[in-house]
Write a protein of this length. Sequence first.
Length: 426
Amino acid sequence: MIILDTCVIRSMPLDGSDAHLLRAVRETATERVGIPWMVMEERAAQLAIKYRETYDKAAQALEQLRAVSPTRPPLLSGPDEEGVRDRCRAELEEFAEILPTNEAALRQGLYREANSLPPAGVKKAEKVGARDVVIWLSAVEYARSSPEETVYFVSGNTKDFTTGKGPYPSPMDKDVQGLGDRFVHLPQLAGLLELVAPSVEVDPERVEKLLPSCIEHFQHVALTEWGDPLRAAWSPFPVLSLRTGAVESATGWLESVKTLQLEPLQVSDVEGYQLGDQEWCIATVKWQVAGWARTADTLGTCCCTWETRIMMPLVENGPSPRILRSERPQAPTDAPVAEWAVPTLDTLAVRSEWLGLVDAITSGSRLERALALWNLSWSSHPLIRDLGSLYEARDLKYRQIAERRLPTHIDADEQDSEDDLLEEPE
C-alpha cells in the first residue's frame, strides 16, 4: 500500500503524469494507493481557504469597479466553500482509497500536540501538529493491521516526519517498533516511483506499431473533444480542405468513428515503466486526423494535426490508454504525411442514425415524423444538402421535404402524406 501525505497531494496535479502513473500502478494491481482521511480533509480545507481569499479579493475588486464604472458591473454569485470541499473529496476518492481514521488516532493527535510530542511540536511559539500525528498514525496503524503488506509512506514534510533514514524521535520510534522493512518511509514521490514503477527503455517504433490496436479509443476522444457541433461552434479549429486546398475553420467532425481516420505521424519523448508484469509508456504522439468536417455551410473532406501526450500499456488489447494532455488541432503546415484515408460518403448510408431518421420520415407517427424533420432542418441541414450524390433521387425528395419545399410534380398518392409531413407539430 502506498500512503501519501498532504504535501505530496498538494504538489502533484491530479491530471499530471505522476498521478496518471499512480493510477496505472493501482489499476494493474502493482500496488494499492491510499490517502488518510485527514489528508483528504486537510487538502479540501486548503483549497476552500484559497477559494475564500480569492472570492474576497474578487468582491473587493467589483466594489471598486462599481464606484467608477459608467455601466453596471457583473454580479458575483454567492460563495460556495462547501462545493470546493466536495469537489476535492470527489477527486481524491476517484484517485485513491480513503483510509479511515479511528478515534484513538484523533485523541492521540490532540494529546501529542498539547504535550509537543513528535511529530507534533512548537512553531512560532504555538503548539501545532495534531493533524500530522493523525496522518502518521493512520499509516502506522494500517501497516500493523495488514501484516502481509509493505506500506510505502511518502511525505516531503521532513521537518516533522524526518527523512525516514535515521532513528525516529520518541514516541515515533515506538510507533513503528516491530514493523521492520514492511514500513518504508520515502521523502520524495520520485523515489517511490523508482521502486514501484522502475524505468525501462522503450523504442518509439514499438509504440507506433501498437497504436493501431487502440486507435478506436483515440477516435472516440477526438469526436468527444471536437466532433460535437454545438461544442465546436464555440471553439472552431483550423483544417486543410481537400476540395479547396485552403485552410478553413471547422465546427466539428461528422459524429462517427467510421468516417474519422487517425494516423500517427510522429512518436517522441517516450518514457517506459515496468508495472508488475506489464510495461507501460508515456509518449507524445502527433496525429493526422482526416474525415468529414463541417466548414461554413458545407461538409467536406478535411484534415488537421493533433498533438497528444498519452500513457498506454505496451501490449495489444490491454487496458485502455489515457490522454494526459491534448493540444488544440492545427492545420498542416505542408502536405500531409499520411494519405487521405477517408471513407466515401457511401459509408454514411448504413449509419443507424440516418436510417432511423429516414424510417421516421417515411413510416413513423405524426409526432415522430415532425421530430425527424425538425432534427434534419435544425442540426443537419447543411449535411443533408451535401448528400445528393449518395441518396440520388431519394435524397432530393427528402431534402425538399426537410427544407419545406415540394416539387411541382408530386404523385397524387404521395401528396397527402407529404402534406402531413409539412404540417407544424402542435
